[in-house]
Structures are given as structure tokens and as C-alpha cells.
Ligand binder design. Structure first.
Ligand code: FAD
Length: 451
């Protein structure tokens, strides 16, 4: 290895154009899925490009085991496509799961395989063209307008042309490749840790629940004791356990520190250290937790779960003050009620959690989705323009669905007008469509467009 970065020149060459569509969506996580569906349902031709062989993002790629709350503890805040996907996933689950979760909108466990099938079907129904196993690795642009993205896959290197591009890569890859303004993590470059989530089978839920007072529903007491006895190497005394049935549960447990998810070496280290940690944790669960004696490790994430990398600098940066004061904006396209949830950046640092009161939420303005200096890109998902603390809240899956639905709807409206200028959109027409599609943008806006 050398310290200086050596370079090599790639010869100029012509590459085939794979497709030309109204809307190109890069990334098939919650934000990309909702963006593609919304754009197609609003009449646009859509290509959704995803590097894996399935949709769902962190829920399916990294086995993140539950959807964060859709409500503000009083009413659903996230509605529209996000709520449709949650309800459709539930109705495809076993009857016992449905009986337990039918009325619940918060912390619903995710069955990754059901979600994958459901999302395939939804894309087909809506007429979205999906291209799997394909990475967006380069953009061609002129004066802040992206003319094409360059994709890489088994068929080779090709170009895709679109009117509007939706950057749902969660690392703001398109914006980065286009030379947009970005920030990453905290002032000292600190990042939330990654987690290798996993699925265990052959568990006995009833037995586990019968001793839950001793260990804690989230294993807090058991972890604390095991750490003090030197039997468990995890930093946080908490395990997120999401039961899919009486024998199978997804786990969000343990941290891997110092992983930058926009760096391939770090992702590789995260995969190796993450799997080693899961092996260690699973051994401890078998030895220590009643009901887990015969735990069978079924699955770890294809990639370590990443909470934080780049954020765009957008036309507006949503701040912690906006969060705390539950501010609304004239161009709101979604609302967020989830708490600020910043995981420890080092094993010795603490968690930061700031909750809003029940019934409260703040607006997410359309401007926070628009990267400064780029005309025809809309960013949706965890890379939108916020300060670091607000990213720790806005990043969760229900919010990403809502932002994606707004981005896709905006892209379709622009395609109808033949405009590539994301800032030319008439906000009332975007908000009115979102409300009619079932979104909740706050009572004031919803009341205005309810007819
Ligand atoms: C460990 C962990 C636990 C979490 N817990 C919860 C929880 O309990 N509940 C909750 O709601 N949220 C949770 N979150 C947050 C949430 O999962 C993510 O923030 C959310 O999924 C982000 O959605 P997204 O659409 O922005 O991107 P992602 O879900 O990250 O999806 C991005 C997609 O884009 C694809 N992609 C990326 N770059 C490219 C490229 N260049 N070309 C092609 N494809 C590309 C990826 O393969 C991926 O499928 C958790 C996150 C982590 C890491």
C-alpha cells in the first residue's frame, strides 16, 4: 500500500444508452421505492436502479428488524405509500402475527422476505422498470444539469438518461458524483456506529417472556451483568428484539465503531467485525438467556447497517431548533415525529435521545431535498439536508417513505411540464397531489387541499 493516491487514466470511449426515461431513481431503499412508485403512479416513465438483487434498503440488505413509529403517539404522521407498504406487509404475514400487530403502527417487525416479494409486485403493478445488480458509478453533467448517469453491471458499462434524477442512495452518491456540496457526520468527522443485524431461529418466546423481569425485555439487566463479569463485549446495554413468530426474531444488537459507510475498506471491515460480533453475541445468548438455548443463527445482513454518512447541503438545512420548536414550512412535503436518536460514536460515549411530546412533529420542506447548485436532482432519504442531530431523527424508514413519495411526485409533475428545473415546481400543486395520495402534511395543509 502507498500513502499517495496514484491515478490511471481511462481512455475515452462511447458507451451504449441503456434507457431514456422521465425519472431515474438511484437506490431501492424505502425512499427510492416510494419515489419510484409515486412517480410511476403519477404517469412518469421510471427506471429504478439498485445494486442488490431486491428492494427494501436497510430492512432487507442489513436485516434492520422493525419499522420505527409511523405515529406521533396519537395519530399516524406517516401515511400514503409508507402506510400502504406497512399494511400490505402485515396482511401477507401469518395470522398470529396479524392478530398481534393489526392495530399497531409503531415498531412493527419486518419480514424481509415478504417485503422483498411485495415490493417486486408493487413495482410491476405500477409499471416501474427495475434494474437490479447495477451500481450508479458516474454522472455526466453540464452547468449543474445531469445529462446521464453511468451504470455498471454484468452487461458492462452503460448510460441512462432521465429528465429528473432521484438520489435515494442514502449516501448521496449522485450528489457526490455531481460535485455537490456535502457534509459527513459531526464537526470532528465522528459517525454513528454500524450494526450487523441478524436473525435467530429455534427460539422459545414463551420461555423468554417468562423470565423477562430478570433479564429485561431488551436484555438490559442481563447485558449489564455479563459486561461486568467480562462475558460480553458490547458497548450499549440494549438489544432490539423483533419477534416474527414464537421461534424467530430479528436482532438489532451490538455496534461496530469507526465505520464510514461511504468507504469500501470500512464496509469490508464492518462486514468482518460485524459477523465476528454476531458470533460472539449469539454464543452469549445461547448460554445466558432462557428460551435462547437452541438459537440457530439463520442470517446476518448482506452489509453492515449504516446509520450515517454524507448529508447534502440543500436550499434549506433543517435544524435542531426546527425540530425542537416543531416548526412548519410553507413548502412542507412530510412531517417527522421520531426522536433524535444518535448512537454512541465511541464505545465510551453515550447515546443522545431527544423526544418530542405526543402529538408533536415538525415539517420537512421540499427545499431540504434540493442539493445546492444542481438543477435536476432531488435527494430523498437519510442524506437530505439537515444538521447532524436532526439527521439522527429524520433518517428512519417511515420518514424515508414519505420523503420518497414527495420526491417521486415532484419528479412526475416536472416530467409532465417537460421541466428539468426542480426549483420551478409549484408547491401548492405538489402538496395538493400528496394530500390526495393520502399523505399528511399537517392539519393546516391537509385541510387546505382536502377537496
Ligand atoms: C442498524 C440500524 C438500525 C436501524 N433501526 C431502524 C429501525 O428500527 N426502524 C427504522 O425505521 N429505521 C431504522 N434505521 C434507519 C433506516 O433503516 C435507514 O436510515 C433507512 O433505511 C434509510 O433509507 P434510505 O432509503 O435513505 O436508504 P437505504 O435504506 O440505505 O437504501 C439505499 C439503497 O440504495 C442502494 N444503493 C446505494 N448506493 C447505490 C448506488 N450507487 N447504485 C445503486 N444502488 C445504490 C442500496 O443498495 C440500498 O438498497 C436503522 C438503521 C440502521 C443502520
Amino acid at each position: 500500500m502507498v500513502d499517495t493516491v496514484l491515478t490511471i487514466q481511462i481512455p475515452e470511449r462511447d458507451i451504449p444508452i441503456y434507457a431514456e426515461v422521465d425519472v431515474v431513481v438511484a437506490g431501492g431503499g424505502p425512499s427510492g421505492v416510494a419515489a419510484a412508485l409515486a412517480a410511476a403512479r403519477n404517469g412518469a416513465s421510471v427506471l429504478l436502479i439498485e445494486q442488490r438483487g431486491y428492494l427494501g434498503g436497510m430492512a432487507t440488505v442489513s436485516q434492520v428488524p422493525a419499522f420505527c413509529p409511523y405515529t406521533d403517539h396519537i395519530k399516524p404522521v406517516i401515511r400514503g405509500i409508507g402506510l400502504e407498504i406497512l399494511n400490505d406487509m402485515k396482511s401477507n404475514m401469518e395470522e398470529t402475527f396479524q392478530n398481534e400487530w393489526r392495530e399497531q403502527l409503531d415498531w412493527v417487525p419486518i419480514d424481509a422476505e415478504i417485503l422483498k416479494r411485495l415490493l417486486d409486485e408493487k413495482m410491476e403493478e405500477a409499471g416501474v422498470k427495475v434494474l437490479y445488480h447495477t451500481f450508479v458509478g458516474h454522472v455526466l453533467q453540464q452547468s449543474g444539469i445531469i445529462e446521464a448517469v453511468v451504470i455498471h453491471n454484468k452487461s458492462g458499462t452503460q448510460a441512462v438518461k432521465g429528465n429528473i434524477y432521484i438520489d435515494a442512495t442514502s449516501d448521496a452518491d449522485l450528489t457526490y458524483l455531481a460535485g455537490g456540496e456535502l457534509v459527513k457526520g459531526g464537526d470532528d468527522g465522528e459517525l454513528q456506529p454500524g450494526t450487523m443485524c441478524f436473525v435467530l431461529n429455534n427460539l422459545d418466546r414463551k420461555k423468554f417472556l417468562s423470565s423477562v423481569e430478570i433479564h429485561g425485555r431488551d436484555l438490559k439487566h442481563a447485558i449489564s451483568k455479563a459486561k461486568s463479569e467480562g462475558r460480553l463485549r458490547v458497548a450499549r446495554e440494549w438489544a432490539g428484539i423483533s419477534w416474527l413468530n414464537d421461534h424467530t426474531a430479528g436482532f438489532n444488537f451490538g455496534h461496530v465503531f469507526g465505520i464510514d459507510g461511504s468507504n469500501a475498506d470500512d464496509l469490508t471491515r464492518g462486514a468482518i467485525e460485524g459477523r465476528a460480533l454476531v458470533e460472539h453475541i449469539t454464543g452469549w445468548l445461547r448460554e445466558s438467556i432462557p428460551g435462547f438455548e437452541n438459537a440457530f443463527l439463520t442470517l446476518t445482513g448482506e452489509q453492515i447497517g449504516i446509520r450515517e454518512t454524507r448529508r447534502i447541503i440543500g436550499d434549506y438545512i433543517v435544524t435542531t431548533d426546527d425540530f425542537l420548536k416543531c416548526r412548519s414550512f410553507p413548502d412542507d412535503i412530510a412531517r417527522n415525529a421520531y426522536f433524535i436518536d444518535i448512537h454512541m460514536t465511541k464505545p465510551t460515549s453515550g447515546m443522545t435521545m431527544i423526544h418530542l411530546a405526543p402529538g408533536e412533529s415538525h415539517g420537512i420542506p421540499y427545499r431540504a431535498l434540493l442539493p445546492v447548485g444542481i438543477e435536476n436532482v432531488i435527494v430523498a432519504g437519510r442524506a437530505i439536508s439537515t444538521d447532524r442531530a436532526t439527521q439522527g431523527s429524520a433518517r428512519v424508514m417511515p420518514n424515508c417513505f414519505a420523503m420518497g413519495e414527495a420526491a417521486g411526485t415532484a419528479a412526475a409533475i416536472l416530467a409532465e411540464k417537460g421541466s428539468r428545473r426542480t426549483r420551478s415546481i409549484e408547491i401548492p400543486s405538489l402538496q395538493s397531489r400528496l394530500v390526495h395520495q393520502g399523505a399528511w402534511l399537517g392539519d393546516l395543509i391537509n385541510e387546505q387541499y382536502k377537496e
